[in-house]
Design a binder for this molecule. Structure first.
Ligand code: CUA
Length: 315
């Protein structure tokens, strides 16, 4: 298989990708050949049998049995090839191999959360080992999203109130984009994630480390700065004072904030904590109540770390 990627497809990076690509190219080239045949025949007949004079009559040939059987049988064979090939590949893509590592993926406006077997969780970064089947159990907190990893040829709708399943096995280490391919609102195009494929050794040590709330020996403030990136706060909150979908974190701590209901509140530890866990409780004036809750996503010490980081962002 082509390892570089082509005009149509990115480099195949999962066990199923080669098979999907072969079928795609079979359909593509079969269609191309037929397209050229049909179009050239049409052009040829238009020219060859054009009406030359006013009195010239249309040919009396009504049909040709041999030709008609031929152009029925050949496409039927092609359709059967595509069906059997496609069905076999479809089954492979849908039957999860035994012994797969199960990761729970959750879509919500507008980021992904991933829960690992040991209780660790990540936001937007899906971390997996190379050469191991990964079973993705997907669901949504709000509207329909869709989990798409082009390099793996994996795409699955993510629905509220039910689970969908897909699986993949990465064949190389590296980073691969995750897109949301179901329009889900204002932040849809920014609902981006990454599959980070590590060696099995690196994956296992990462898993061990991530079971800790914050990295050992790291200052709360620095851990908060990391969480700000890794838990996707960065998507909506700037740290340089630029207003975005949500208020910037810069210079917020210790100030009075005007709320949507007309009241005012002092931005202190308690307000920040409440806004992380129950964002709709006190919405800042001029902003939409779009922030999702981080209840269950952040542990207590991680919330402390984020607050410490926000406190450090003074003018
Ligand atoms: Cu989520 Cu589009």
């Amino acid at each position: 298989m082509n390892e570089e990627g082509t005009l149509y497809l990115p480099p195949p990076s999962s066990t199923i990708a080669g098979e999907v690509d072969s079928l795609f190219y079979f359909i593509f080239y079969a269609s191309l050949v037929l397209f050229i045949l049909v179009m050239s025949a049409t052009a040829f007949f238009i020219f060859r049998y054009r009406r030359r004079g006013k009195k010239e009559l249309t040919s009396g040939v009504a049909h040709n049995t041999r030709l008609e059987i031929l152009w029925t049988i050949i496409p039927t064979i092609l359709v059967f090839i595509v069906f059997i090939w496609g069905f076999k590949t479809y089954l492979k893509m849908n039957v999860v191999p035994s012994g797969a590592i199960e990761i729970k993926g959750t879509g919500q406006k507008w980021f992904w959360t991933f829960d690992y077997p040991n209780g660790a969780n990540t936001v937007n970064d899906l971390i997996v080992p190379v050469g191991k089947p990964i079973k993705m159990l997907l669901s949504s907190q709000d509207v329909i999203h869709s989990f798409f990893v082009p390099d793996f040829r994996v795409k699955m709708d993510v629905l509220p109130n039910r689970y969908t399943l897909t699986w993949f096995e990465a064949t190389k280490t590296g980073e691969f984009e995750i897109y949301c391919t179901e329009y889900c609102g204002k932040g849809h195009s920014e609902m981006l994630g990454k599959v980070i494929v590590k060696s099995e050794l690196d994956y296992n040590s990462w898993l061990e480390e991530s079971a800790m709330d914050i990295p050992e020996g790291m200052a709360l403030e620095d851990a908060g700065a990391q969480l700000y990136q890794s838990k996707a706060c960065v998507t909506c909150h700037s740290v340089d004072g630029t207003p975005g979908v949500a208020p910037s974190f810069k210079g917020r701590y210790g100030e009075m904030e005007a709320l949507a209901d007309g009241s005012q509140i002092l931005v202190d530890e308690n307000y920040l904590r409440e806004s992380i866990l129950n964002p709709q409780a006190k919405v800042v004036a001029g902003y939409q109540p779009v922030m999702p809750t981080y209840q269950g996503v952040l542990k207590n010490r991680q919330i402390d770390a984020l607050i410490a980081y926000i406190k450090s962002l003074q003018d």
